[in-house]
Write a protein of this length. Structure first.
Ligand code: MG
Length: 175
């Protein structure tokens, strides 16, 4: 098994739609950023990448790269999931916490879980969405997301101590 953790924050900004967890939420302000600013998808993407020790979201999808200007963050999540699957792992579950003063997430949580279930190809009951207000933190103009993921091995990877003839002779010559 592998565990992964991701964190992200974005500042609220006028004139852009608010997207959280791949769901557009009706609100006077959205989240600024080079991409669509989806703070929750970014945190989950980094948790997936971290679990397999892959480069982080900022390295794979540089904010200085024009390709990702205004990008749908679902693309980042899909790439992270592809890497997880290629490494021989499947997602067991995802848990997350959003910290933001507004809007209230409770009424959107079910839609976010459904959307994430579709993107991650796991049941919605394997996805935790919790939301808190930033009491005493002075971050009322930001949205913050924390995410953890648990991965399970789906297939055997080649053993480091292969017993095939070729490997044995290579191993001998190395030592
Ligand atoms: Mg981000």
């Amino acid at each position: 098994m592998r565990i992964g953790y991701g964190w992200d924050s974005h500042e609220f900004k006028s004139g852009v739609p608010l997207r959280i967890g791949g769901v557009e939420i009706d609100h006077p302000k959205g989240l600024g950023g080079h991409s669509d600013g989806d703070v929750l998808l970014h945190a989950i993407t980094d948790a997936l990448l971290g679990a397999i020790a892959a480069p982080d979201i900022g390295t794979l999808f540089s904010p200085s790269d024009a390709r990702w200007k205004g990008a749908d963050s679902a693309l980042f999540l899909e790439e992270a999931l592809h890497r997880v699957n290629s490494a021989g792992y499947a997602i067991a579950n995802v848990d997350s916490t959003l910290i933001l003063a507004q809007p209230k997430i409770g009424s959107h949580a079910a839609a976010i879980r459904e959307r994430l279930a579709g993107l991650l190809n796991i049941p919605a009951n394997c996805i935790g969405i919790k939301a808190k207000t930033p009491e005493g933190m002075g971050t009322d103009n930001a949205a913050i997301a924390h995410a953890t993921v648990l991965l399970e091995k789906t297939k055997a990877t080649p053993s480091r101590r292969s017993t095939s003839k070729t490997s044995r002779s290579q191993s001998k010559s190395r030592h």
